[in-house]
Write a new protein. Structure first.
Ligand code: C5P
Length: 409
């Protein structure tokens, strides 16, 4: 997922340290610094002397609004003390790009410059994003060093494969800044959903008219993908049953692609009984053509045509009737008028625990935008939330669903 709209709660009051070592990929770290710098976190950058040859410290200083640390011995004593305090207050430490050299030093416990000294002193979760020539990366010595880091609890982010700056093709490319950002975000997320199984549906469905045409809607899947990403970050095992979208499945999520409402029904129903929480974000078609033509319908000489439609199965209503004991069920509702009244009706009729209601006519809400403005409906009543990023909303939804679970058990 791209860094989301608005301020993300999990960055508030957090200190992030970004270590940049000397590879050509250091320029990509500037984008990561920019993304992190826009959150509520206090972001500090430590560069190796070599990294400062590739990108100027001023770039990072401007992006994160903190002085960049480069070497232990080129600053005064006070600053040396400060770097130990940085190691103490860091909530997460990411080294991106991590050269073979820095990885080797980390694995051996060598602390001979500002970056490696602070790394060795820090006790927070550490992430390492290796980026180097394929030969260096595949070298068994580097692989052994990475294995050592993993054994000591460091998260090693897999490099991408492709054409490298040196002209070789293979493993060793620094992942995109958005992937690194997401990894930091995961490291900061509370693990309050660990051990839970969550099923999320997302996107539109397509109902075939003939082999070429279908009936569908404007859903992009964005809300559902953010819901799946949030649960996964917080430690849940997540299955995402998704209609056709242009989005990449969030990290760590099992995606089950489907097309029609009937396929979605089957994919959800067959997995429902083992889930602790089900969130139905998908914009499921309510009607489908009674028959899908086997061949492309020709326009012929006719002036018009009539499509005969029939109802699809209501998946949420089915889940409401068949749910496992203790399972929490959340649906979405999109209306253009009488939002609360219609959504309240859905809550009761479909036996859901919560309906997230959004009014398509409200600015910033609805399809294809990164934000949403919703009203949450539960048995306890209606709660209007302010306009917020869909990612932040996903966390708000789970905060409440988890509270409901706790009340029941
Ligand atoms: O009744 P309405 O379609 O507005 O209800 C929306 C909610 O019901 C959403 O959570 C949607 O995923 C779900 N739904 C469903 N199966 C359908 C239609 C809607 O699960 N056939």
């Amino acid at each position: 997922m791209q860094p989301g709209g608005g301020r993300i709660a999990m960055f508030e009051g957090k200190t992030i340290v970004l270590g940049v070592s000397g590879g050509i990929a250091a320029y990509k770290a500037a984008q990561l610094a920019s993304d992190l710098g826009k959150t509520a976190a206090d972001v500090h950058v430590i560069m190796t002397g070599n990294a400062a040859q590739f990108v100027t410290p001023l770039t990072f200083e401007t992006l994160v609004n903190n002085r960049v640390a480069i070497d232990t011995f080129d600053r005064n004593f006070e600053y040396n003390v400060e770097h130990v305090s940085l190691a103490k207050k860091a909530d997460v430490f990411i080294v991106a790009p991590a050269t073979a050299n820095v990885i080797a030093k980390m694995a051996a416990g060598i602390a001979d410059d500002m970056l490696t000294t602070t790394l060795l002193a820090a006790r927070c979760p550490k992430l390492v994003a290796p980026a180097m020539n394929t030969g260096m990366y595949d070298n068994p010595i580097t692989q052994r060093n990475l294995e050592t880091l993993r054994r000591f609890g460091v998260t090693v982010l897999e490099p991408d494969s492709g054409l490298l700056a040196c002209g070789d093709t293979g493993r060793g490319r620094l992942p995109a800044p958005a992937v690194l950002f997401e990894a930091v975000r995961r490291a900061l997320a509370p693990q309050d959903m660990a051990g839970l199984r969550v099923l999320v549906t997302a996107g539109p469905t397509r109902e075939a008219v003939d082999p070429v045409r279908f009936l569908s809607n404007r859903s992009t899947g964005r809300m559902g993908y953010e819901v799946a990403a949030a649960a996964s970050r917080r430690g849940a095992a997540v299955t995402l049953v998704t209609g056709p979208t242009a989005l990449a499945a969030p990290q760590g999520v099992e995606a089950v692609p489907v097309e029609s409402a009937q396929e979605m029904f089957e994919a959800v129903a067959s997995r429902a009984s083992v889930q602790d929480i089900i969130v139905k974000c998908a914009a499921v078609a309510d009607f489908r053509p009674r028959t899908a033509a086997a061949d492309k319908i020709k326009k012929g000489a006719s002036e018009g045509m009539t499509l005969e439609l029939e109802r699809t199965r209501d998946i949420l209503a089915y889940l409401g009737q068949t749910r496992a004991p203790g399972q929490v069920l959340c649906g979405f509702s999109m209306e253009t008028r009488d939002l609360v009244a219609h959504s309240q009706e859905k809550l009761e009729k479909k036996h859901a625990d919560m309906i997230v209601a959004n009014n398509l006519n409200e600015p910033g809400a609805g399809f294809a935008v990164p934000t949403n403005a919703v009203t949450l409906l539960t048995k306890a009543g209606a709660e209007k939330l302010p306009l917020m990023g869909k990612d932040a909303l996903a966390d708000e939804i789970f905060d409440r669903l988890l509270a409901m679970r706790r009340e029941r058990t």
